[in-house]
Design a binder for this molecule. Sequence first.
Ligand code: ADP
Length: 195
Amino acid sequence: MNLVLFGPPGAGKGTQAKLLTEARGLPQLSTGDMLRAAIAAGTELGLNAKAIMDRGNLVSDDIVIGIIAARLDRPDAANGAVFDGFPRTIAQAEALDRLLESRGQKIDRAIELKVNDEALIRRSESRVKEMLATGQTPRTDDTPETLRNRLGVYYKNTAPLIAYYRNQGKLKTVDGMAAIPEVARSIAAVIEGRA
Ligand code: ADP
């Protein structure tokens, strides 16, 4: 099974993707994590991506599509995956459909996590505070200005995926404002065809 999880920054995609990986053994394919790993490894790709990510803008479609294409060739993705933070543009969604089709697969469900903007900003602020309090380093793109830009980028570039997947009959919207286990239960209901 291939699932797309999408929603604005801070909607809880990463948290839910991890739970799905534990519950269903599907690998979590997070382009954000892969790009941060490239930055940490100091690769040329990472160096180029860092400046873009720190401003909250999108890394080019070609780069993230290339990363995902390579990742899909690893054996653990042979039976499906949870796509977290990818696709983020219509071009990426079309490329993903082609990549899966060439492997005899398809997207089964696209789950939109719906949350409100003020809650997102509060979540991001408390995530930063919590990390600082526990001696961790917050993400460099979790500043209030960058978050505002990331939200704008989401509505402009990623929200069109709602119509894209609705037209394919694959869209399900889940209330991302509920508590983590409850969101997980709603997603499970979607996957099991109960919602
Ligand atoms: P969030 O969903 O909280 O914004 P991510 O970890 O998914 O966090 O993404 C962090 C940043 O990485 C994005 O703001 C963007 O710069 C870059 N990025 C991640 N995935 C993509 C993608 N599919 N296309 C373009 N840029 C991406």
